[in-house]
Design a protein around this ligand. Structure first.
Ligand SMILES: Cc1ncc(C[n+]2csc(CCOP(=O)(O)OP(=O)(O)O)c2C)c(N)n1
Ligand SMILES: [Mg+2]
Length: 326
């Protein structure tokens, strides 16, 4: 954007980016701007001071910690103190209460809106346990995770860092990898379901990923969580400025709104070369992909049935845009 602005006006625009992921995402733009001798001010910012940083996957970290605890006599002796057993009992009770609360959150009458508890609960009960979720759900990820209650390792795949726009491509790789692994098991074909925030979806050239899916017939189900744009920056700003103007600012005022929102369902079909928008017909029964928009529990429930059939059994593509309520 700043590049195009400067080319027309000759004046530089300023852009603010996070260090790390966003500066990496800028790479190609910086190259183009520098070769084109275009003026741009780039401010790379980070708010995360740290005493140290280590890279390790959670399984390895927990295993190392447990091994260390078990092998250290002074720790194992202290752990025999009854206060730790009492603490264990309390923790078990807290966990039970937490799970009960999660289960009590969805409101699943047909006319109810689609908050993230409802979305997660409907997904959990509508798709097979063998489903692999590829997730780029940002502010909605925690509640989604709580509702889905995945207990099979590898059935919830999230990007390692904080860079958005990872899941459109990743879901295709996940599906292709699973298809390879399942090649000798003719009756198994796991559903791969991408659940992605609207901006995370848009920021990663969705038309390319969706076109690749249709071209090479990689059957995936995409759920776009349309919550009107970016929510994460508003949340982060409030953590830094809990009492300032931002607290009552609308999404439009802080420039994070996606209204009017794109038509994600049509985008899915258009990317795969359907006639949507070209011919005055909504009949796309013959196309490889299908896009739908849902705004209530009953509609989502209804959409998930053909989604399962289409993607898991017929091996075709589908996208469901969910209008998420708070
Ligand atoms: C490559 C990259 N660019 C920018 C950001 C900064 N960023 C973090 S979350 C976010 C918005 C995400 O929006 P959406 O996917 O709709 O999720 P929501 O916040 O609505 O839950 C942005 C722009 C980032 N993390 N990674
Ligand atoms: Mg969003």
């Amino acid at each position: 954007m700043a590049d195009g602005y400067a080319r027309v006006t000759g004046r530089p625009q300023a852009i603010l980016v996070h260090v790390d992921v966003s500066t990496q995402a800028l790479g190609q733009g910086i190259h183009n701007a520098s070769v084109g001798r275009v003026l741009i001010f780039i401010f790379a910012v980070s708010f995360f001071p740290a005493h140290g940083r280590w890279k390790v996957d959670s399984y390895t970290a927990v295993t190392q910690l447990v091994d260390y605890i078990k092998s250290d006599v002074s720790i194992t002796t202290s752990l025999k103190d009854p206060k730790y057993e009492a603490r264990g009992v309390v923790r078990a009770a807290v966990h039970k209460a937490r799970v009960e609360k999660i289960v009590s959150q969805p409101r699943l009458d047909d006319g109810d809106g689609l908050d993230i508890h409802n979305v997660g609960s409907l997904l959990k009960t509508s798709v097979a346990d063998s489903t692999t979720f590829v997730v780029g759900a940002v502010t909605l990820a925690k509640e989604l995770y709580n509702q889905l209650q995945r207990d099979r390792p590898g059935s919830w795949i999230n990007c390692g860092g904080t860079g958005i726009g990872w899941s459109n491509g990743a879901m295709l790789g996940v599906k292709m990898a699973l298809a390879d692994l399942e090649r000798d098991e003719p009756h198994r074909s796991s559903l791969v379901c991408q659940v992605v925030g609207d901006e995370s979806f848009m920021s990663a050239a969705p038309s390319s990923a969706l076109w690749v899916a249709s071209k090479y017939e990689i059957p995936v189900l995409t759920i776009v969580l349309n919550n009107g744009g970016w929510k994460a920056p508003q949340n982060s700003t409030q953590l830094v400025y809990p009492h300032d103007l931002n607290t009552n600012a609308s999404d439009d005022e802080i420039n994070t709104s996606f209204h009017p929102t794109p038509n994600y369902a049509a985008l899915e079909e258009a990317a795969a070369g359907s006639n949507v928008g070209w011919k005055n017909t909504l009949d796309n029964s013959g196309t490889w992909v299908k896009g739908l928009r849902v705004g209530a529990v009953g509609e989502f429930r209804e959409a998930l049935q053909p989604a399962n059939l289409r993607v898991a059994q017929e091996g075709k593509g589908m996208l469901i845009e969910v209008e998420v309520t708070k």
